[in-house]
Design a protein around this ligand. Structure first.
Ligand SMILES: [Zn+2]
Length: 185
């Protein structure tokens, strides 16, 4: 269901102007019964069923989703006693500052997501440590070439949010964390 919804949204972007930006957000359970990975519940889905369930979203579609984040279920006391966390205003300021950095580099209204492959090479140069790290990651996680450029764009945005001029290994490793699909997602 979610996969169909996301596919539908992605298809609609074709009719938008070239500069149109659409953020697609989707969510799915870890398995059909929804209990996989929960220590206090028993998952009744077989590994084969879980594999088929995860496989409903194709690899190429998953590749195009930049951030994959696992959201663990909150315990009752975490839910009830939860603090509000960081206020929206300072987060907004950080995002606006990061946008300005991107506009300064790419021109007005252009953001990292819109970088061409050539711009990525120019604006996200990797030092030797970062290059070696990325070679290791690509081989170990068996990621496609398409994902490589997306990782660099996400790392560039992480650096922009932190106010860092250069993309270095710590930005890349954070980007990779949002891409780790070792659990099948
Ligand atoms: Zn299950």
């Amino acid at each position: 269901m979610y996969a169909r919804a996301m596919t539908g949204l992605l298809l609609t972007t074709h009719s938008l102007p070239r500069q149109g930006l659409v953020s697609v957000v989707g969510a799915m359970n870890p398995c059909p019964c929804g209990y996989k990975g929960l220590p206090e519940e028993k998952c009744i889905s077989s590994p084969a069923t879980c594999g088929r369930y995860a496989g409903k979203i194709s690899g190429p579609l998953m590749d195009r989703i930049d951030l994959h984040i696992e959201v663990p279920r909150l315990k009752p006391d975490e839910l009830i006693g939860a603090t509000d966390g960081e206020a929206s205003a300072p987060i907004r300021d950080r995002v606006m500052a990061a946008r300005e950095r991107q506009n300064g580099r790419l021109g007005s209204h252009r953001v990292n997501a819109k970088m061409s492959p050539r711009e990525i090479r120019e604006m996200v140069p990797l030092d030797k440590e970062s290059e070696d790290f990325m070679k290791l990651v690509m081989a170990r996680l068996n990621l496609s070439a398409r994902v490589y450029d997306r990782l660099l764009k996400v790392a560039r945005t992480i650096a922009d949010l932190a106010g860092d001029e250069q993309v270095v290994k710590k930005h890349l490793s954070e980007a990779v964390q949002y891409r780790d699909r070792s659990e099948g997602f």
